[in-house]
Each structure stands twice: as C-alpha cells, then as structure tokens.
Design a protein around this ligand. Structure first.
Ligand code: XMP
Length: 330
C-alpha cells in the first residue's frame, strides 16, 4: 500500500518524456577535445550529408575546426519529398558548400530483387561507399567525415542491425573503397549530439530536427525496394510528418509492409497495400515508447493516406515499444 498519492505507474507516466539535463556531459569541453583531436588533420575532407541530425552537426563541427571541408549529398532516390534541395539550402545558409551526387539508378539496381533486411542494408552500404569513394577521388579529397554516433556502433556490434555507416568496427577496411574515414561523434549519443549542435551556435531547427536514418526510406520499405514502392512511402511520409510533427515526437514514420490486405473501394473488392505508422518518444534511440496520439488525429491520418494514395487499403498504428521492437522496420 503506497502512503502518498504517487504510484509507480503515475511516476512513470509523468516522467516518460523527461529528458535528463546534460549535467553529465559538457558540450564545450567536448568541442575542445575534438579541436585537439582534429588539429593534425590537413588536406581536403568531405562530409557525407544526409540531412539527419548527426551528419548535420558533424558537418558544422568539422567545418568549425578544419580548413578545407565541403559536403556531398548522395541522391540515392530514397529521400523524402524535396529533401536534396532542403539539405543543400540548410548547409549553404550555414556557409558549407554542398555538391549533390545523382546515383538513384545505381542504388535501385543494386537493391533490385533483395528482400532480406540485412542483405538490403549490405547492398545499400556497398553502393553508398562505392559512390563516396568515387566522389572523393573526383574531388581530390583525402578524408571522408561521417556522423556515426555511439548508438550506431553499439547496435551493429550487438548484432541488432548493421547500421549502414559501420565499417572498421566490424572488420571492413574502408581502404577497399579508397577511403580514410574520420568519425568525430562516434563516442556520444543523440541527445549529446544535439547539445553539441546547440553549443556550436547552430539554429535550433538544425540540432533539434527530427532524427532520420541515413539509410533513408529504404529502412521503411519491407520487402523489395523499387522506385514505385519508395514513392508510396514518400507520399505517406509527407502526410504523417504534416499531421504528426506538431506533437514533437522523437521520430515519426510511415512504413510500407510486404503483406497486402483486402478492402472495398466504391463497392468493389480491392487487394491493396498496408502502411504502418510509427510515432515514438525517445532520447537516445536505444529505447523508445509509442506516442499516445489522439484518436481524431489517427483518423485524420488514415483518411488522408487511404484517399491520397489509392494503392493503400489499410493503415495500422504500431504501438510496440523498443525493446522488443526496433524503431525502424528493417
Ligand atoms: P532502430 O530501428 O535500430 O533505430 O531502433 C535506432 C535509430 O537509428 C536510426 N537508424 C539508422 N540510422 N543508418 C542510420 O544512420 C541506419 O542504417 C539506421 N538504421 C536505423 C533510426 O532511425 C533510429 O533513430
């Protein structure tokens, strides 16, 4: 019998979204440490920008320390609507030049026919580094800087999933792609990356933007990744982001499942696609809880997806926490 009115369930409810203050982590001391670490790096470096928080903070951190840094954005055909233009704009505003490298066909060719999640991840990784290796050579750069963070390494080494950006840590030599890799953020977690972005003086829209995997929409297509299947997820993503970002979740996503389901459209039976929605709260992406979305909001999202994307016949809201589920679907 609890004496006060505070039950364990009540405390958990109140503190579910509580983000601990950064008293254990001093971003300014961290920046000092990075300046020291990177001071001997000379020669041209290229940052692989994805538009996500980690690579964006990593790019601006490197740019604040190194002499010759430029960014490349690989257009793999797996991005959200208008993403290449938005990322390029964001970087240019912050004083970093971005070159967009068109590689859509190469990615879709290499992903063709692959349905196993790990096989897809390996195919993506291979194409990604092949294109980057070529780009580095073309741009006469010596180093590739990438925004790998501690969670990526931990999850890959822990055998949960092969994050596309992990090479050395699992015994792959970046030299085979002609690369020397620098990973300035590999010892910190997402909330610390955000604190570093803030300490760098970046606008909140940069360090507090919603997390988005560098594997992009390929994480959100279960089964074969084809241009049309990616297009469906892209359209659904635009809808869920429009409707759900106001709830300020850690991540919000739409996933195209491999299964199909029967529905009725204008009195006729239709066997169509299924989209799963995921909206989660987290601080470090290692654990996550589903967002308790209002019923009316969910109705509105379902209505929009099924009318605006006619191939979709069913929409489900996934409320599985991490663990046991991961945030993404592959
Ligand atoms: P999961 O799905 O493992 O995701 O719960 C944890 C966090 O990592 C992101 N994620 C990735 N990020 N490359 C990335 O850069 C990847 O291959 C990848 N897979 C997952 C995911 O969006 C979440 O924030």
């Amino acid at each position: 019998m609890e004496k006060s009115g505070y039950t364990e369930a009540g405390i958990q409810r109140v503190f579910k979204n509580y983000i601990p203050p950064f008293f254990m982590f001093d971003p300014n001391a961290y920046l000092e440490k990075k300046r020291e670490e990177l001071k001997n790096v000379t020669g041209r470096a290229i940052v692989a920008a994805s538009g996500g928080v980690d690579s964006t903070v990593c790019a601006f951190l490197s740019h604040s320390i190194l002499e010759d840094v430029t960014a490349v954005f690989i257009d793999d055909g797996l991005m959200r609507e208008k993403e290449p233009e938005q990322v390029a704009h964001l970087f240019r505003e912050g004083g970093i030049e971005v070159t967009i490298i068109p590689a859509q066909e190469e990615f879709f060719t290499d992903l063709k026919g692959k349905t196993d999640p790990e096989e897809k991840r390996r195919a993506f990784r291979n194409t990604f580094y092949k294109v980057l290796g070529r780009t580095l050579k073309d741009m006469q750069a010596e180093y590739l800087i990438q925004g790998t963070i501690a969670a990526d390494i931990k999850e890959t080494q822990g055998g949960i999933k092969t994050q596309h950006n992990i090479l050395t840590q699992i015994g792959i030599d970046p030299g085979q792609y002609g690369l020397q890799i620098i990973e300035p953020l590999k010892d910190i977690y997402k909330h610390e990356v955000r604190a570093v972005g803030k300490a760098l003086g970046l606008p909140e829209s940069l360090w507090n933007r919603i997390a988005f995997p560098a594997l992009r929409l390929a994480c959100r297509v279960v089964g074969e990744v084809t241009p049309r299947r990616v297009e469906m997820v892209r359209e659904a993503t635009a809808i869920v982001e429009e409707e759900l970002l106001t709830f300020n979740p850690f991540q919000v996503l739409a996933v195209l499942l491999e299964d199909r389901a029967t529905g009725m459209v204008e009195g006729t039976r239709k066997f169509g696609n299924i989209i799963a929605l995921r909206c989660v709260e987290s601080t470090d992406a290692l654990t996550a809880q589903p967002t308790e979305l209002p019923w009316e909001t969910l109705h509105q999202v379902v209505e929009r997806i099924t009318t605006e994307i006619p191939e979709v016949i069913k929409v489900v809201y996934d409320i599985t926490p991490k663990p046991p589920s991961t945030i993404e679907y592959i």
